[in-house]
Design a protein around this ligand. Structure first.
Ligand SMILES: [Zn+2]
Length: 97
């Protein structure tokens, strides 16, 4: 078991942008997709797109290590940004007010 499948620790979705609590020791079960992170934090994603409350992007290096977000290289942040989002289904309603 060398390859770990990354997924949301709440709803189990994988293959999407994942988020992790900032400043905590990395634990896969704490990963959250965008919708679950917003639900957890009761906050929408920040305008610049790199935080949801105290969640930050879960950025992986090529060899599968998890970067501390402030030290992640641009190319790996870019790769994260290219992944599909699992947006909250409620988002459109609240965003249209
Ligand atoms: Zn989720």
């Amino acid at each position: 078991m060398t390859e770990e499948k990354l997924s949301c620790g709440n709803c189990g979705v994988s293959g999407v942008q994942l988020w992790r609590p900032y400043g905590c020791f990395y634990r896969p079960e704490d990963n959250r997709c965008e919708a679950c992170a917003e639900e957890d934090q009761k906050k929408p994603k920040s305008p610049e797109g790199f935080s949801i409350g105290w969640y930050v992007p879960l950025v992986m290096s090529d060899d599968g290590d998890v970067w501390g977000f402030s030290s992640a290289p641009d190319k790996d942040v870019e790769a994260w940004s290219q992944m599909p989002k699992n947006e909250s289904p409620n988002k459109h309603k609240s965003g249209e007010q």
